[in-house]
Design a protein around this ligand. Structure first.
Ligand SMILES: Nc1ncnc2c1ncn2[C@@H]1O[C@H](COP(=O)(O)OP(=O)(O)OP(=O)(O)O)[C@@H](O)[C@H]1O
Ligand SMILES: [Mg+2]
Length: 113
């Protein structure tokens, strides 16, 4: 099992949601976040001296999947979120030890799927 965390541009959320749905990924957690990447939150056109990071609004997606859904999930996020410009976002893939459905106590792949 993997936990996929993606930071995306907020305006790309509808496209990412649609692409995930098309790849049969229906479970997700979405939160508003602040973040910055290698441009420290400034655009390429910024010409001043940067003394601190500038946090930009991002959307954070968390999706726990069985191993056979890792690729379809990543592909959907890229399809929905990519514009080719800086700030398109990033995907982190983490090993996930356990998942438990509270209602039934099901564990692991049964609980995720
Ligand atoms: N190394 C990191 N650790 C934690 N969060 C990160 C990291 N890199 C990026 N992020 C998060 O992802 C968001 C989007 O990052 P962004 O797409 O700007 O990455 P980048 O590495 O600067 O790539 P690009 O040059 O394409 O902009 C950031 O605002 C931040 O929330
Ligand atoms: Mg960046």
């Amino acid at each position: 099992m993997k936990l996929i965390i993606a930071m995306i541009q907020p305006h790309k959320l509808p496209d990412v949601k649609k692409a995930l749905f098309d790849n049969e990924v229906h479970k997700m957690t979405v939160t508003n976040a602040l973040g910055c990447g290698q441009q420290k939150g400034f655009t390429e056109t910024y010409r001043g001296v940067i003394h601190e990071v500038n946090l930009l609004k991002k959307v954070r997606l968390e999706i726990a999947v069985n191993d056979n859904f890792v690729k379809p999930t990543i592909e959907a996020i890229i399809k929905g979120a990519r514009t080719g410009k800086i700030g398109d976002g990033k995907i982190f893939v983490l090993d996930l030890d356990q998942c438990i459905r509270i209602r039934t106590s099901e564990q692991g792949s049964e609980a995720i799927g």
